[in-house]
Write a protein that binds this ligand. Structure first.
Ligand code: FVH
Length: 293
């Protein structure tokens, strides 16, 4: 694509995520305007070729595509509040972490001021921006996603979850929940291993290898939960109930908190008591899913 056909991009917020995002657009040859509440954070980007805006209104007016990797919902409202009249005809991509309802509220607010709105969630660390390791989730205006997909992919591979602006945040929270369970499990294990002299640093590579293997188990888990077919699983409720029970007993004996695994034990106990001990482990899904689905 010739340079002159690239849309002008504005990046509002140059924190740990915003700075590498703005830098990625500059590296990709996009005319880029930047704004940050603490103005000095723009200096390095201006040296790289970015245009400095001194107000958010000036920043929004400069860009057809306005990307906001700000701290949170309040920061977005405070930064964008004064810019309402400049938003007409722009596409706003809100990358701040927020709730689905906040995303929907902003979508309605942006639409009320004549802007297309995409809500985004960044599944990335600052150093992985603009690498294939990162991926960003989007929902909201289909037109915005289609029109600016190439620009969105400058930041990270882009996944679209439909026109409900809150949907990207729901998927973001679902992924965070998956990660929290694994990471909390790791911290519990590291505490447990302290009693036999294995440090967290020594354990981390082993845990990473195990989690990699566990990830390979996800398609089977998904197939079973998706079709409610739990009869042929190789790893049953009762088998895992015994495993989790041993883990809790060892934790108690080692004076380590059992808070991480007690809830799982309670779910497995319930499944077993309900006569599903020989079903696959994945049948715990029946206790977690909404009764309405
Ligand atoms: N950092 C991470 O590892 C994670 C990776 C996954 C995604 N999260 C979310 O990304 C959003 C931005 O996070 P961040 O790490 O870039 O955050 P900071 O480095 O703290 O930068 C925050 C920027 O927001 C500006 N800001 C804060 N409050 C206001 C306000 N009231 N008005 C205007 N701007 C505001 C702040 O400005 P300043 O402090 O430099 O003046 C920064 O530009 C976030 O949702 C993560 O959950 C990050």
């Amino acid at each position: 694509m010739p340079e002159q056909t690239k849309p002008h991009v504005t990046v509002l917020g140059l924190g740990r995520m915003g700075a590498p995002i703005a830098s990625a657009f500059l590296n990709a040859g996009y005319p880029t305007t930047v704004w940050n509440r603490t103005a000095a954070k723009a200096d390095a980007l201006v040296a790289q070729g970015a245009i400095r805006a001194t107000t958010t209104t000036e920043a929004v007016a400069a860009g057809q595509l306005v990307i906001a990797p700000l701290l949170d919902h309040d920061a977005v409202r405070q930064a964008l509040g004064p810019t309402a009249s400049a938003l007409q005809g722009r596409t706003l991509v809100n990358l701040a972490n927020s709730t689905p309802d906040h995303a929907r509220e902003l979508a309605a607010w942006a639409a009320g001021h004549g802007a297309d709105y995409l809500d985004g969630a960044m599944m990335a660390l600052p150093e992985t921006v603009a690498t294939p390791e990162a991926f960003f989730l989007y929902s909201g205006s289909q037109r915005a996603f289609t029109t600016y997909r190439r620009e969105l992919e400058v930041m990270a591979p882009a996944h679209y979850f439909g026109t409900d602006a809150g949907s990207a945040e729901v998927h973001d929270l679902a992924l965070l929940g998956t990660g929290y369970a694994a990471l909390t499990g790791f911290l519990h294990a590291a505490a447990l291993l302290g009693s036999v002299g294995t440090t967290p640093e020594m354990f981390a590579p082993l845990a990473a290898r195990w989690l990699h293997g566990m990830a390979g188990f996800l398609p089977e888990l998904a197939r079973e939960a998706g079709s409610a077919a739990y009869a042929d699983g190789v790893s049953t409720v009762d088998l895992n109930r015994a495993g989790v029970d041993s883990l809790i007993q060892l934790s108690r004996a080692s004076d380590i908190a059992t808070d991480v695994h007690e809830p799982l034990k309670a779910l497995l106990d319930r499944r077993s008591a309900d006569g599903h001990g020989r079903d696959s482990f994945s049948s715990v899904f029946e206790l977690l899913r909404s009764r309405g689905t």
